[in-house]
Design a protein around this ligand. Structure first.
Ligand code: FES
Length: 109
């Protein structure tokens, strides 16, 4: 049985500062929501290398950097740009409705 993708409101658009990740929780899943370059992205908040919150890292060039060892993850694809992380982290679809930011935990492929 496949469930239709369920978008949930995670915050208001006006609550997101440019390039400042916001950590939210969707049904127990930590997600980092990032407003950058005129778009909003949602990425799983835990680095694929170790248990580190990506929302504590810096955002630049549509990438979020893990502060511990410096791997950056592409906010569009979740792919790491370099070592030590080798595995991508999940990214999720985002919808903006008025001032509401909605995220679906359905993974983008
Ligand atoms: S914990 Fe993120 S790169 Fe090592």
């Amino acid at each position: 049985m496949t469930e239709p993708s369920k978008f949930v409101r995670v915050c208001g658009l006006s609550e997101l500062d440019e390039d400042t990740p916001k950590r939210v929780d969707i049904d127990g899943t930590p997600v980092s929501v990032v407003r950058t370059e005129g778009e909003v992205f949602a990425i799983y908040d835990i680095c694929s290398h170790a248990n580190v919150s990506l929302s504590e890292g810096e955002v630049e060039d549509c990438q979020i950097e893990c502060w511990l060892h410096g791997s950056s993850f592409d906010l569009r694809t979740g792919k790491p740009s370099g070592l030590p992380a080798t595995r991508p982290v999940p990214v999720y679809p985002v919808k903006i409705e008025g001032d509401d930011v909605l995220v679906s935990l359905t993974q983008e492929s």
